[in-house]
Write a protein that binds this ligand. Sequence first.
Ligand SMILES: [Zn+2]
Length: 298
Amino acid sequence: MIEIHPRPAAGEEVVVERAAPGRPHQGKVFAAIQPHADDIPIYCGGTVAKLIEEGYTGYLIQTTNDENCGPTPSVGETILSNEREVAALAEVLGFARVFNLGYRNHRMDGDSALELRCRLIFLFRLLKVDTILTFNPWGHWEENPDHWVTAMAVEAARWMSGMDKDYPEQFAAGLAPHAVTERYYWVARRGQPYNRVVDVGPTIEKKVAGLSVNKSQGPAGSTGSRLKRALAARGLRLPELDGDDETADRQYIRRFVLRPDREVGAQYGLEYAEPFYYFGPDETSEVDEYVRRHAVRL
Ligand SMILES: [Zn+2]
């Protein structure tokens, strides 16, 4: 099990984001960008489901082909099973569409940073992305190059997409500058900071379902049913894993995989919470505020 031990960001107040009534985000767009099939389910599945229920349109951008993470010896079958499970994840959580960028698994530190950034800028402009969820590009202890390469590209693309001289051919093709204004960066490694916790109690069963479709890899998927079979081979049984394989898988997820969400939530009076390092829209500038207060008619 991953031990993350999230740490409240020094000198910052932690904001608790609760379920909002109605659809306050209607018309807004987010993109969740994951290198691997198991990232979104672990780090933000409950928040993704919440934002979509509250009116956001969500897009899933997957940067790698997951070729090295799956149960079969065949690389081709591994790619296919992960691709199908990402499509199923999108269905379960309510994403509008998946974009598979297809970079090779575990090799992204050798890929063109400029190409990845350009593709992301294109997508942010095309989809008019307001909000992103991904790994923290400055997060300490990250060991997986797919994670930090993706995060660094997203971080540069999110502001560059709002500029009016980068990639002018995209404007000729009908796109317009469009900057991302909100960021939810995941807490993925030991001690990474957070300044926001999202109450995912109301959407936790969607998170469970999202974790469960990921059978090819990750800490969840089919682990419960495999544990049940391993115990049976030793003449043992855990009553809470009783039922069919899917029931066992989901019970295992609720018991073990969601423990970090329970532990963070308990600190803020919530049943389950996902922590993030969050950046909101830029504050009104000092100059704009001064003009608003002091400008007079000519
Ligand atoms: Zn990953």
